[in-house]
Design a protein around this ligand. Structure first.
Ligand code: FRU
Length: 496
C-alpha cells in the first residue's frame, strides 16, 4: 500500500497503522549490486548529481554520520520494491558528500518492527561500552508501537548489531513517537535525543549519560496555529553561530502542513539550556525550503570543521508513491550547508550547496540566454531585476518549460509547476501553478543560483536565505534558459 494513500487519515491516527507486516529476508541481496552504476546514466528522469539507489523505493535520509574519512548516508529503503514498505536502512558512502557508492542494506526489520528513521553518532569515548569509536544508530522500531532502539557497528558502519536491551525507550501509549536524532550537548555534558510526536505536534527531548538509559527532559510545542497543521516528524536541534554568539535551531518536518501543501521542513530559532528549547518570538512558520520537495532532512553528525550539513528527501508525501521513476523511486536533495543570517532583524536559516560540488563542476561559461551548452545537469547563475516584475524559463527543445516569475512588489519568486513542465498527470496534486518563496533580499537586483538536473530544479538566492526545491519530469533536460541577459553556468558531471 502506498504510504500517501493513508497519510491523510484524521488527526490522532498513525499513518503507519495500516501497513502490513512484511516478510523479511535474512540476508537481503545487495541492492543495486546487480545493476552497473553506469545504467544510471541512461534511464529517463534518473538524477545525475543527486543520490538515488540503483533500484527500489527510498524516503527519509537517516543516520548521517562522518566516521574515519567516510560520509555515511543511510535512508528509508524498501529492499523488495518500488513502493513504500519493508522499511529498512539502505546505505551509501562518500568521501566528498557528492559522489556516492551504494552499499548493502544496513538494517532490516527485526522483532521490534520496521526500521524507521533515526540518526547515528560516533561514540568516541566509548560511553556505551560497545568500543571506542563504535558507530551507534538510533532508530524507531515500528511494530505494534513506535519505540526507540539502538544498534551498533564496530566495522565502520557497514553492519549493525542490535543492542540486547532494546528498546532503549519503550512506548505503548503514544501512536506517533519517532525519528530519534541524537547529539552530544557539551555544555551539560550529556547525550540528547529529539523525538517527534506526529499528529500531537510536539517534540520531546530526552537525555542520557551512556546512550542506553534515557530520561525525558522536556516537551516543545507551539501555540502558533499554522504550525499545528500537519504532523511533526524528523526533528533536529542544532547550534549555529549568530551575531558573535550562537542560537539553537529546531528543525521539524511537517506533513501535510508544508508551504505548498504536503511535506515541508520548518524551523524555530531559540535557545536550548540542555533541558528545554525555548523559541524566539518570530513570524512562524519559517521554512527551510519553500519548494514542494525537500522533506525529512537532518544534519550530519561528527562533521569535520564544525560545519553543519544537511540532506533532505527530494519528494513530497502528496505524490511520492506515484512519481514516474523506475526502477528506483525518489532522490535526495543536494547536500547543503546551514548558517544563520540576519535579515531585517530576523535570524533566517540560510542553505547553500556544499562547496564539494566543485569537484564535479566544469569551467564557468557565459551565455546571453537561449540554448546553453550544458550537459544534463548544471549550475546557472544570473541576476534578476527587483525594480519591476519579470520572469524566466528553463526550457527544453520539445517546448516544455518551468516558468519562474519574479514579483518585487510581493517580494517573492513564484515557480509554476504546471503541465508545461513535463509529466504531471501521474498524480493530481503534482501540478502546482504557484510555488512561491520570499526572496529576502533588498536592493535593485538579486542573483540567483540554480541547480538543474534531469528531474529537479533547486533555486537559491545568492546568500541562501531563500531556497526552493521542486522535482519536474520533462521529456528532455532543460538546456535553454530564456529571460535573463547574462548567464554564467557550468556543467556538473554525472556522479554515476
Ligand atoms: C517521514 C516518515 C518518518 C518515519 C518514516 C517512515 O517521512 O514518516 O516519520 O520514520 O517516514 O518511512
Amino acid at each position: 500500500m502506498a504510504l500517501a494513500s493513508v497519510a491523510f487519515s484524521s488527526c490522532g491516527d498513525s499513518k503507519f497503522n495500516e501497513q502490513p507486516a512484511p516478510p523479511q529476508e535474512e540476508n537481503p541481496e545487495q541492492p543495486g549490486g546487480t545493476a552497473p552504476e553506469e545504467s544510471r546514466r541512461n534511464e529517463q528522469y534518473r538524477p545525475q548529481i543527486h543520490y538515488t539507489p540503483a533500484k527500489n523505493w527510498i524516503n527519509d535520509p537517516n543516520g548521517m554520520v562522518y566516521a574515519d574519512g567516510v560520509y555515511h548516508l543511510y535512508y528509508q529503503y524498501n529492499p523488495q520494491g518500488n513502493d513504500w514498505g519493508n522499511m529498512s536502512w539502505g546505505h551509501a558512502v562518500s568521501s566528498d558528500l557528492v559522489r556516492w557508492e551504494e552499499k548493502s542494506v544496513a538494517m532490516v526489520r527485526n522483532e521490534w518492527g520496521d526500521i524507521f528513521s533515526g540518526s547515528a553518532i560516533v561514540d568516541k569515548d566509548n560511553t556505551a561500552g560497545f568500543g571506542k569509536n563504535a558507530i551507534l544508530a538510533f532508530y524507531t522500531a515500528s511494530g505494534e508501537h513506535q519505540q526507540q532502539c539502538l544498534a551498533y557497528s564496530t566495522d565502520g558502519g557497514m553492519t549493525y548489531t542490535q543492542y540486547e536491551g532494546n528498546p532503549v525507550i519503550a512506548n505503548t501509549e503514544l501512536g506517533d513517537f519517532r525519528d530519534p536524532k541524537v547529539f552530544w550537548h557539551e555544555e551539560s555534558r550529556k547525550w540528547v535525543m529529539a523525538l517527534a510526536l506526529g499528529w500531537s505536534c510536539k517534540i520531546e527531548f530526552w537525555g542520557s549519560a551512556d546512550l542506553k538509559n534515557w530520561s525525558k527532559l522536556s516537551t516543545f510545542t507551539t501555540t502558533c496555529p499554522r504550525s499545528n497543521i500537519g504532523q511533526w516528524e524528523c526533528p533536529d536541534l542544532l547550534k549555529l553561530p549568530y551575531k558573535g554568539g550562537e542560537k539553537w535551531v529546531l528543525i521539524v518536518s511537517n506533513n501535510p502542513g508544508g508551504p505548498v501543501g504536503g511535506s515541508g521542513t520548518e524551523y524555530f530559532v531559540g535557545d536550548f539550556d540542555g533541558t528545554t528549547f525555548t523559541a524566539m518570538d518570530l513570524d512562524y512558520p519559517l521554512w527551510l525550503d519553500y519548494g514542494a520537495d525537500n522533506y525529512a532532512g537532518v544534519t550530519w553528525s561528527n562533521m569535520p570543521g564544525g560545519r553543519t550539513v544537511m540532506i533532505g528527501w527530494m519528494n513530497n508525501w502528496n505524490y511520492a508513491g506515484s512519481v514516474p521513476c523506475n526502477p528506483w523511486r525518489s532522490a535526495m536533495t543536494l547536500p547543503r550547508e546551514l548558517a544563520l543570517k540576519e535579515v531585517n532583524g530576523t535570524p533566517l536559516l540560510a542553505t547553500t550547496v556544499v562547496k564539494e560540488i566543485d569537484g564535479i563542476a566544469g569551467e564557468w561559461k557565459e551565455a546571453q540566454g537561449g540554448k546553453i551548452d550544458a550537459s544534463d545537469a548544471y549550475e546557472a547563475r544570473f541576476k534578476v531585476s527587483l525594480k519591476e516584475s519579470s520572469s524566466f524559463r528553463l526550457e527544453n527543445s520539445v517546448g516544455e518549460y518551468l516558468e519562474v516569475a519574479v514579483n518585487p512588489a510581493a517580494g517573492k519568486i513564484v515557480a509554476r509547476r504546471t503541465s508545461s513542465t513535463g509529466a504531471v498527470s501521474f498524480n493530481n496534486l503534482f501540478s502546482v501553478p504557484s510555488i512561491s518563496a520570499p526572496f529576502n533580499i533588498e536592493g535593485e537586483e538579486m542573483e540567483l543560483c540554480i541547480f538543474v538536473d534531469r528531474s529537479s530544479v533547486e533555486i537559491f538566492n545568492f546568500d541562501g536565505t531563500m531556497a526552493m526545491t521542486n522535482i519536474v519530469f520533462p521529456k528532455e533536460p532543460y538546456n535553454i534558459i530564456s529571460g535573463p541577459a547574462d548567464i554564467s553556468y557550468r556543467d556538473l558531471k554525472s556522479i554515476w
